[in-house]
Design a protein around this ligand. Structure first.
Ligand code: XMP
Length: 518
């Protein structure tokens, strides 16, 4: 039995291999209808069994004319389930149902003007559409003939058929991308498809997510006991808060204080969970153990491995003391679920997180966030009363400050970095940039340079500032922080943190750099 609540009404987003499928799924949810992404190999029988309220075909990078181009199981078109094809999805509708997709010879990328056909009656475009609308295009091929029973309702300069529909077959298609912000009427169009044409009720709200998750957790755990490793991050925090709502004191959380957390972070976790939420919490103070094992280790991978190993051991010892726990709560998110199904990515760094750890422990998993995107998890966290500092916490690596101290890790270096990092967080927050910037932090270098403070020569370490913008951490750009902010950061860090006499700013994007230094 799963603790992941799935609402009765589901929209399936069929993924044809573009980055847009996730965005479409999120837009559908923003319109308060639950959505799930399925691979394009999904069969008509599988779809019939799921009985989705609607189907959306995503865009994709291929041409319908190339060998091996992904297609939809044709039986799906005959199920009578309302279906919307977007870009490649619209071309597939034309291609598979007897229309024609031509190679126009010219692609159309970016902003374009959609012209609505005179006298067009279109469910998708609404009762009184503006004759010309701005839309966002990204295609090379274009539909030239619609299948029998379909009408073409609009065009753009390079797409003779930019909107096609067959209300009788309950199939609609758009060549442009309604899911992107650059198409101003895009959300209205998706809303008309979902709510008006497909009849989906806008009932998927954060309240409904919380209620149904609690029911699902109760059903899974029954009278059993669960444990949850808290990392201080938003995912494990929200998962724990939800499970606590469902099973109360039968949840015990374990927080391993590695000593490599940011300043004040451990106190905040304990304060939030033990005092405010009333959750049973085992706070393991293991800083000495981590530092002892890390002594003398300078290689980044060896550091990561060591921290991971000590963490498992400490967690196991703490968990072993909890009576009869059969369930382990994990903060797995929907993007992890989707991504774990895709091909092999080259290993750049061995990641460590609480979720990935105790594989060999004998527990059933409780994963109440498996269906949610990060922004939805944050909303659930706020609804559950978690503080902003946790709900909006920037990503923080499992090995903590251990991978932000270049060279060997000592208690003295951790203390220096904690002070510098606290100043970075304070000033970024005071500048109101916290939510705009993906991550902003300090790194302690293992070199020294000469400086002068007062009349004294100094010979001390530099702090490297790192601040990046990103959508998903796969790529990142260095943040164009205002000079005044950089100046304040530099002054404060040098004046307030002993052992630092220089501050430098890292202006490397990812790639070629990574976000963290190790
Ligand atoms: P990199 O440095 O690879 O980091 O560009 C990408 C993102 O992942 C975070 N990160 C980690 N997160 N365990 C985690 O849970 C880890 O071991 C880990 N290492 C890096 C990093 O902060 C950035 O957001």
């Amino acid at each position: 039995m799963s603790s992941t609540a799935v609402p009765d009404q589901v929209v399936l987003v069929v993924d044809f291999g573009a980055q847009y499928a996730q965005l479409i799924a999120r837009r559908v949810r923003e319109l308060h209808v639950f959505s799930e992404i399925v691979p394009h190999t999904v069969t008509a029988a599988e779809v019939a069994e799921r009985q989705p309220a609607a189907i959306v075909l995503s865009g994709g990078p291929k041409s319908v004319h190339v060998d091996g181009a992904p297609i939809l199981d044709p039986g799906i078109y005959d199920l009578g389930i309302p279906l919307l094809g977007i870009c490649y999805g619209a071309q597939l509708i034309a291609h598979q149902l007897g229309g024609h997709v031509g190679r126009s010879g010219k692609g159309e990328y970016g902003r374009s003007i959609l012209s609505v056909a005179d006298g067009s009656v279109s469910g998708l475009l609404g009762p009184d559409p503006a004759p010309e609308q701005t839309v966002w295009m990204s295609h090379f091929d274009g539909i030239t003939d619609v299948p029998d029973g379909f009408v073409a309702c609009a065009s753009t300069p390079q797409a003779p058929v930019a909107v096609l529909e067959s209300p009788a077959r309950r199939i609609w298609g758009v060549q442009y991308h309604p899911e992107v912000g650059h198409t101003p009427g895009g959300m209205e169009l998706l809303g008309r498809f979902l709510h008006d044409l497909a009849g989906c009720a806008p009932s998927w709200t954060m309240d409904s997510v919380i209620d149904s998750s609690i029911e699902a957790i109760k059903a899974q755990v029954g009278e059993g006991r669960a444990i949850c490793g808290l990392s201080g991050g938003v995912d494990s925090a929200v998962a724990a808060a939800l499970v606590h709502r469902a099973i109360g004191h039968r949840l015990t959380c374990v927080y391993v204080d590695t000593g490599l957390m940011r300043k004040g972070e451990s106190d905040q976790v304990v304060e939030t969970f033990q005092r405010h939420q009333g959750i049973e919490l085992i706070h393991v103070r293991a800083a000495d153990r981590f530092l002892e094992r890390l002594s003398g280790i300078t290689d980044p991978e060896e550091k990561r491995k060591t921290i991971g190993e000590v963490f498992i051991r400490v967690f196991e010892e703490a968990a072993g003391g909890i009576e009869e726990a059969d369930f382990l709560v994990q903060g797995t998110l929907y993007p992890d679920v989707i991504e774990s199904g895709t091909g092999e990515a080259a290993k750049i760094k061995s990641h460590h997180n609480v979720g990935g750890l105790p594989e060999d422990l004998q527990f059933d998993l409780v994963e109440p966030l498996r269906n949610l995107f990060k922004d939805e998890v944050r909303s659930v966290g706020s609804e559950l009363g978690l503080p902003d500092e946790i709900v909006w916490r920037q990503p923080f690596p499992g090995p903590g400050l251990g991978v932000r101290i270049i060279g060997d890790v000592t208690a003295e270096k951790v203390a220096i970095l904690q002070e510098a990092d606290a100043i970075v967080r304070e000033e970024i927050s005071a500048a109101g940039l916290e939510r705009e910037i993906w991550q902003a932090f300090a790194v302690l270098a293992d070199i020294k340079s000469v400086g002068v403070m007062g009349d004294e020569r100094t010979y001390a370490r530099p702090i490297i500032l790192r601040a990046v913008t990103s959508d998903d951490a796969m790529t990142a750009d260095w943040a164009r922080l205002p000079y005044e902010l950089l100046e304040t950061l530099s002054n404060r860090i040098i004046n307030e943190v002993d052992g630092i006499n220089r501050v430098v700013y890292d202006i490397t994007s990812k790639p070629p750099g990574t976000i963290e230094w190790e």
